[in-house]
Ligand binder design. Sequence first.
Ligand SMILES: [Fe+2]
Length: 311
Amino acid sequence: MTHAQNAQQFRINPLTESFGAEILGLDLAKPISDATFAAIQEAFQKYHVICFRDQVMDEKAHLDFTLRWGELEVFPEEDKTTTANTFYNVANTSREGEHLSEDDPRVLFQKVNARWHTDSSYRYVPSFASVMYSTEILPDEARGGETEFSNMLAAYDALSDADKRRFEPLHMVHYYEFGRRLYPALPPITPFERDAVPPVSHPLVRVHPDRDNQRSLFFTVNAGNEISGMSLEEGQGLHRWLDEYASKPEFMYSHRWCENDLVMWDNRVLLHRATHYDMAKYRRAFRRTTVAGNGPAFGPFSLIPAAVTSK
Ligand SMILES: [Fe+2]
């Protein structure tokens, strides 16, 4: 599909049969007209993950584009006096450019996020979308380092009717501290973080009012493994099953990063994870912003306010 607006011609090419698209010929650092932005919003709603190729984005341009989508999520650290906590550094390098060792806490967090997750599922109001810009990519010969996405709308649809019924009343407990259980070498969370992001539960089956109440699976593997309404053992067994289920190739798109890619994904309906790469040998760095959600996740038994349904 070709769009001609804003004196810019751009193309939208699907990346798989069911979701994901790349957008070519659009410069996000230049002003974007309302009509062009509406076409981007439509593509985002349809494809769930969109990759804008060949972007040259400084922090300001990145921030300005993110703010077109809604309010920014601020990361749950105590010091909010710097602009740094609106950008999340997804990298095995420091902000100053140093290649970090594999046991550095900042790198351990990258390992936690090699598990299926949506960004900020540990919040009562989980995030809407993430916007990530590649600043250092792996060389062609390096293996791994892709970002994999799994489509939870398709995953829900493919469940048996019996599983759809079984999952309907269940919730998963999500908590920010879970990464510390996986990697005890991480520094403990601070009292501020403990207060700011206490554990929450979200419905395992998420209902999307913006999609005619279509359903998706909603769970993560980086922020917990307990299913409320089940014994710990049974819940963890189901959680392991979900982890494997999300990895079915028919639900997935694997993004191999190119230089100057800006990728934006919908945290409401997708899971993502990073694939393994040789962290000691290669540098890999991204700058990410997160668009806040506009309300809690709804489940099959939620009373969804009319104001939300009519949007
Ligand atoms: Fe993530």
